[in-house]
Design a protein around this ligand. Sequence first.
Ligand SMILES: [Zn+2]
Length: 134
Amino acid sequence: MECRRAYALEHGIQKFEHATTTNPFAGRVICGCCGKIYGRKVWNSTDEQLRRLIWRCNGKYPAKGEKGCASKHIDDGVLYQAFVNVFNAMIENKDYFIGKWQEGLENDNLLHRYKSRQFIEIMTRTEVMIVFVN
Ligand SMILES: [Zn+2]
């Protein structure tokens, strides 16, 4: 709870618990330019043909008179594909990562030990994910 509170404070998230239940990436995509979180937006919501789901830095359009973040948006499908690619790379190198997490089981931080155990369990019983097609 302490970690979540500090994380939410650092990235300007008000309802972290709520955000993560609506979408697995909500509250987890951090802007490399300004450190704020990326939010999921719908473009052309009225025209089904042109409708697009994108992720954009929440600092992009601040209050009038303030300079917005210069980062670019990410297409929803690109974000999912990036996750799948990284996840598959971890599976392909699972021995390396499991070794790292086994070291994590000795960590002084309880949360670090808990997460290390979770990752070991997930990685030992998971195969490469099928490529996401948007
Ligand atoms: Zn930003």
